[in-house]
Ligand binder design. Structure first.
Ligand SMILES: O=C[C@H](O)[C@H](O)[C@H](O)COP(=O)(O)O
Length: 228
């Protein structure tokens, strides 16, 4: 079993009958959704899934996991999602798979958020992974220029066929190559107030538990407890 599978299956064990579950996106969340599908099928687990991307929606539908929109549930009990980077103080970068906007919306209305990752995602400080910024197409060249002037080495994300990548909500992604983000919260606030920016990939104060694979072991950290 690989590390992503290990943490995906472990995280799915936190889901119990009757829960409304936020289903994350990406190659790690994939294994968690598969395991929930197995439990629905074999253990008759009753849950309602709230997906964070078209990709997760298609997977969950194939597995017959009942789904609702975030707008049709009162809240989400628990969201389980991957991350591109997790810093020592539990900030995260997300959006490597272009799902940051829906992921942040679902996480915002979740009582608990578990991040699952292999050890390669752990960093002292965020920023080596290019920071995804979801932007409105109109004016995006101006934003690219603006970020370039600020020496943030922006790139407009493309699909493999060279076309501009469109998110599930029809926006573009600009990736900022920053190297290091010293104050993720402050930088996130700065990004949020830029005209044309829909959302950014810095996730601060969302995660309540991390489940990380190190070698063949699983390290679970309760983030709330650490802060208290
Ligand atoms: O947009 C994608 C999400 O933020 C993913 O959770 C993140 O990119 C991690 O994906 P993976 O588990 O494939 O590394």
């Amino acid at each position: 079993m690989n590390q992503k599978q290990l943490v995906g299956i472990e995280a799915a064990s936190y889901v119990s009958d009757g829960m409304i579950v936020g289903l994350g996106t990406g190659s790690t969340a994939f294994f968690m959704i598969e395991e929930l599908g197995r439990r629905v099928r074999e253990e008759h687990l009753h849950i309602t899934g709230v997906t964070t991307s078209l990709q997760s929606k298609v997977q969950a539908q194939k597995l017959n996991i009942p789904l609702k929109s975030i707008d049709d549930v009162p809240y989400v009990d628990l969201t389980i999602d991957g991350a591109d980077e997790i810093s020592a103080d539990h900030h995260g970068i997300k959006g490597g798979g272009a799902a940051l906007l829906y992921e942040k919306i679902v996480a915002t209305y979740s009582k608990e958020v578990i991040w699952i990752a292999d050890e390669s995602k752990l960093v002292e400080k965020l920023g080596k992974f290019p920071l995804p910024i979801e932007v409105i197409p109109y004016g995006s060249k101006q934003l690219l220029h603006f970020f370039a002037q600020k020496k943030m080495a922006p790139t407009l994300r493309q699909r493999q066929d060279g076309e501009i990548l469109l998110t599930d909500s029809g926006h573009y992604i600009i990736d900022l190559h920053l190297g290091q983000i010293d104050d993720p919260k402050a930088f996130g606030h700065w990004l949020s107030q830029l005209t044309g920016v829909v959302e950014h990939g810095i996730f601060s104060d969302f995660v309540t538990k991390t489940i990380i694979a190190k070698g063949h072991h699983i390290i679970t950290t309760d983030v709330k407890k650490e802060k208290n």
